[in-house]
Design a protein around this ligand. Structure first.
Ligand code: SAM
Length: 235
């Protein structure tokens, strides 16, 4: 497995029922697709019972980013989503050890959960080190997609941020290629990137690819406050 620690090989047990009830939601794809009404809204009121700002980590693995953000920002709520269960079990262990009350994890296919997010419910979303395109027939499995961008245009609150980080030039190129489909998302100049995010944490994958000398590319997209004043993304 050339892409590093394979999540399914983690040696970790399922969380005990009380921790699972506190931190972990299981949203099976088929049920989510056929009966979305059976799931709570993916929002602060829906998952935390409050109205704090909400941030979403898509493909969060063991939660490196989302746990660091939750600890640094107790005034906000954080949700990590991953399609593989084992890394989420590890993330739950870590959340419990840190005593965090502002983080939840959802075991689900991220591509099916956007529709559960109410309009403007997110302050930020992160898609960091998404799996690259390995074969052309996997194109519809990519997390960087037209669906992601158009859904983020809807789900992000005005001024909200979508952060994408990748070590794959083709993933970055795909993001830029798709950007015109979401004209309310404005590509931010590097000088204006959220400093806190860069300095706060580098995930396992981030450190690994950086140590191997791979160039890390990053894009930050801001949801324009007013769609009548849409900005043209710079190229
Ligand atoms: C390379 S890891 C990156 C983890 C983390 N974002 C980071 O920056 O370290 C990619 C993660 O995306 C998850 N993933 C891939 N496809 C997914 C999907 N459709 N829905 C949710 N998670 C997905 C994988 O299980 C894996 O944990």
């Amino acid at each position: 497995m050339g892409r590093g620690r394979y999540p399914a090989r983690l040696k970790v047990a399922p969380p005990p029922p009380e921790l699972a009830a506190r931190y972990l939601h299981d949203w099976p794809g088929r049920e989510l697709y056929l009966h979305p009404e059976r799931f709570p809204p993916l929002s602060s009121p829906g998952l935390f019972g409050d109205t704090r700002p909400l941030e979403l980590d898509v493909g969060c693995a063991t939660g490196d980013l989302v746990l660091a953000l939750a600890a640094a920002h107790p005034e906000a709520n954080y949700v990590g989503v991953d399609i593989v269960a084992k890394p989420l079990w590890r993330a739950v262990e870590r959340a419990a050890r840190a005593g965090l009350s502002n983080v939840r994890f959802i075991h689900a296919d991220a591509r099916l959960i956007y529709r559960a997010v109410p309009d403007g419910a997110l302050r930020a979303a992160y898609v960091h080190f998404p799996a690259p395109l390995l074969r052309n027939r996997q194109r519809n499995q990519l997390l960087i997609s037209a669906e992601l961008l158009t859904q983020m245009e809807r789900c992000l609150a005005p001024g909200g941020v979508l952060s994408v980080v990748t070590d794959h030039p083709e993933v970055y190129a795909e993001l830029l290629r798709l950007l015109p489909l979401a004209p309310a998302l404005h590509l931010v100049e590097p000088a204006d990137w959220s400093a806190g995010l860069t300095e706060l944490v580098k995930s396992h994958y981030h450190r690994r690819w950086e140590a191997r000398g791979r160039q890390i590319r990053r894009a930050e997209l801001v949801r324009c406050p007013d769609t009548t004043n849409r900005l043209t993304p710079e190229r």
